[in-house]
Design a protein around this ligand. Structure first.
Ligand SMILES: Cc1cc2nc3c(=O)[nH]c(=O)nc-3n(C[C@H](O)[C@H](O)[C@H](O)COP(=O)(O)OP(=O)(O)OC[C@H]3O[C@@H](n4cnc5c(N)ncnc54)[C@H](O)[C@@H]3O)c2cc1C
Length: 219
């Protein structure tokens, strides 16, 4: 979480520890090749037993589609270099745009909010092009674009504003285990889905690995 604020890093660490997660910092996994071994080896030589290993590190932007077409528009990190209009940085290809995580927009904390704003900018410029006009809409990162809400377990979250220098953190208690998914449906102009189908019984998974049948689900 190196690109997030110190306060958010601290809150995340505390939340994970509260949930009983063992957090190992300052180490890298150096070996996880043997799936049957069910363990990973860290730089210090320490081994960690695991049932399932999920590698979330080292992702690169998927910009390969432009590799042969406009190689100069791809940065060393693999991001697509863009102009403020979000046209790719290649004057010979004025009708190709890039936005979102893959684009190098200098957004301090790329997220869905900034990606959507950029998508609107691109769409508006394409509409101008269809009318035979040049692009005039531009994107520049705004302070609020870096806002992020991080869930810290099923019932807590923290809201962060961070401009690279100053941070504001708003911890909150959340009751909606669906993580406000209905709001996302509404934002996209859709009716939130409600599952009204019959359900005879519910299988409850306990944090301790136990399972119980919950008859309160009966219709
Ligand atoms: C664990 C995690 C948690 C996050 N939490 C939040 C959050 O709470 N709030 C928030 O605002 N943001 C959050 N983000 C960031 C957010 O998900 C991204 O910023 C956002 O999805 C970027 O949108 P995008 O459309 O640019 O990219 P994506 O959502 O990654 O979409 C890109 C799509 O393009 C497809 N694709 C890739 N290459 C090609 C190709 N060559 N041809 C065709 N299709 C291709 C991919 O399969 C993918 O479907 C989170 C990200 C992660 C990983």
């Amino acid at each position: 979480m190196h690109r997030f604020s110190p306060g958010l890093q601290k809150a995340t660490l505390e939340a994970l520890e509260r949930l009983g997660v063992e957090v190992v910092l300052g180490e890298k996994v150096v070996s996880h090749d043997d799936a049957d071994a069910r363990q990973v080896v860290l730089t210090s030589g320490k081994t960690v037993e695991c049932d399932c290993y999920v590698d979330c590190t080292g992702q690169r932007p998927s910009s390969g589609v432009l590799a042969s077409l406009a190689p100069a528009a791809i940065s060393e990190s693999g991001h697509i270099r863009v102009k403020p209009t979000l046209q790719i940085l290649d004057d010979s290809l004025p009708h190709i745009y890039a936005c979102g995580d893959v684009a190098d927009t200098h957004t301090p904390n790329p997220n869905a909010r900034s990606a959507m704003t950029q998508a609107e900018t691109v769409a508006d410029n394409i509409l101008l092009a269809i009318r035979g006009k040049g692009p005039r809409y531009t994107y520049a990162p705004r302070w609020g674009d870096g806002l992020i809400k991080l869930t810290l377990g099923l019932d807590r979250s923290i809201l962060q504003f961070w401009d690279g220098k100053n941070e504001l953190l708003f911890p909150s208690v959340d009751k909606d285990v669906a993580l406000l998914a209905d709001g996302a449906w509404k934002n996209m102009g859709a009716e939130p889905f409600t599952d009204t189908g019959p359900m005879k019984e519910g299988l409850c998974y306990g944090l301790d690995g136990s399972t119980t049948i919950d008859s309160s689900f009966q219709d």
